[in-house]
Write a protein that binds this ligand. Sequence first.
Ligand SMILES: O=C(O)[C@H]1O[C@H](OP(=O)(O)OP(=O)(O)OC[C@H]2O[C@@H](n3ccc(=O)[nH]c3=O)[C@H](O)[C@@H]2O)[C@H](O)[C@@H](O)[C@@H]1O
Length: 450
Amino acid sequence: MAPPPDMAKTAKLERYNSYIRRVNSTKLLNASSKLLFRATLLIALVLVLFFTLNYPTLSSDHLPLRRSFLSSVGGAAWEKRVRHSSTPRRPNGFSVLVTGAAGFVGSHCSLALKKRGDGVLGLDNFNDYYDPSLKRARQSLLQKHQIFIVEGDLNDGPLLTKLFDVVPFTHVLHLAAQAGVRYAMQNPQSYVASNIAGFVSLLEVAKNANPQPAIVWASSSSVYGLNTENPFSELHRTDRPASLYAATKKAGEEIAHTYNHIYGLSLTGLRFFTVYGPWGRPDMAYFFFTKDILQGKPIDVYRTHDEREVARDFTYIDDVVRGCLGALDTAEKSTGSGGKKKAPAQLRVYNLGNTSPVPVGRLVTILEALLGAKAKRHVITMPSNGDVPFTHANVSQAWRDFGYKPTTDLATGLRKFVKWYVGYYGVQPRAKKELRLGTTTSTDRPGESD
Ligand SMILES: O=C(O)[C@H]1O[C@H](OP(=O)(O)OP(=O)(O)OC[C@H]2O[C@@H](n3ccc(=O)[nH]c3=O)[C@H](O)[C@@H]2O)[C@H](O)[C@@H](O)[C@@H]1O
C-alpha cells in the first residue's frame, strides 16, 4: 500500500536533508584536510629553513642549499659587484681574492691592497667563533672602500669555482682559518674543517683555475711547538706541535708542498707571531685583558711550570700587513694550467714576528698604564692547553726577500689598540688625559687609528 502523500513528502524531505548533511560534511572534510595539508607544508618549510640557515658545521653537502636560500650568490648584479670589487685601478695591479676578509688581518690587508690600487674581493663565512658584529663592522668599513665580501665558506667548492669563473684572480691572500690555540681543545673538528679541509678545497679550485693564482697564506708561529732553539728560524724543527691548532697549520705547510709539487702552484706560507692591534680579535689575551681590566674582573696571567714568565713576540698589525704585501709582491706566478704543472714553482715560508719577546706580565703593566686601572692579576701555572712558554722570531729571511722590518714596539702598538678600543666600544679609560688617547670612531680605517 502506498504511503499517504504527506508522509511521502516528509520521507523525501528527510532523504534530501540527509543528502545535504553528507555533502556538507564531505566539504568540511575536504576543507579541513586542505588546511591540514597547507599547515604541514608550512611547518616543513619553516623546519627546512631553520636547519639550513642554522646548520652549525662546515659540511659541504649542505652549503649549496644554504647558499641558495641566502640567494646572495649568482646573477648578473652579483657578478657585476664581484668584478667591480676585483678590478685593479693601477697599471699591472693585482686582482686578489682575500679569504677571511672580515677577519682581523684580512680586513687590514684588504684595505691596504685597495688603497694602493689593487682589486680586492673578500670571502668570509662570518662564523660566530667570536662576536660576529665586529666582523660586520669591519665589513661595513670595507664596503665604504668599494670592497665586496662574498658570504660563503671555503668548503663550498662550487662557490669558489664560480668566483674563479667570474674573475681571473692573479693572487689569493688566504687568511680564513679557525684561529686560537686554546679553543682547539673545545672544538677540534672546527680546526680540521677550516684549516685542513678548507685549505684543500681552495687549493683544488686554484689548481684548476686558468690562470692559476699565486697564493700567500697564514701559517703560524705555533708550528715551532716544543722547539727550544732561539730565536725561531725557518730552518728549525717544526714537527713537534703543542696544540691541534699548530698541527693543522703545520699540516697546511705540508699540503702546500704537495700542491706546489704536483700542480705548480706558487705558495708562500707566513708564520704570524701573536698579531695584535686595532680591530683585533676578542679571543686574544691583550683584547680580553683590556675588557676585564676595565670591568674590574680578575685576569689569569700564566707562568711556566718552572716559575718563569710566559712571553710572546707580539707583532703589530701594520708590520704584518707590510709583510703580507711584501710576500704578495715577490710571489712568482704559478706555473701550471688546467690542473697540470708545466714547470717547478715557487714554494716559500717566512716568519713575520717582531723579534723582541715581551713577558705577558709586562703586557698587563702597559695596559694598566694606558687604561688607568689596576688589573686583578691571578698568576697561575700555565694549564695544559696547547700554549708554549715563549715565542721569538728571526725574520732575516723575510727581510732579505722583501725588506720586512717590524717597526712598532708593544707599548706603541697597545696605545693604538686602546685608542681604537675605547672609541669602538665607547668606554672612558681613566688615563685618557695623561696618555692623550683621544677618541676615535668605529669608522677609523684599520692601520690609521693614530
Ligand atoms: O703566534 C701565533 O701563531 C698565534 O698567536 C696567537 O696565539 P697566542 O700567542 O696564544 O696569543 P694569545 O691567546 O693572545 O695569548 C698571548 C699570551 O697570553 C697568555 N695568556 C693567555 C690567556 C690567559 O688567560 N692568560 C695568559 O697569560 C698566553 O699563554 C700567551 O703567552 C693567536 O691567538 C693564534 O691564532 C696565532 O696563530
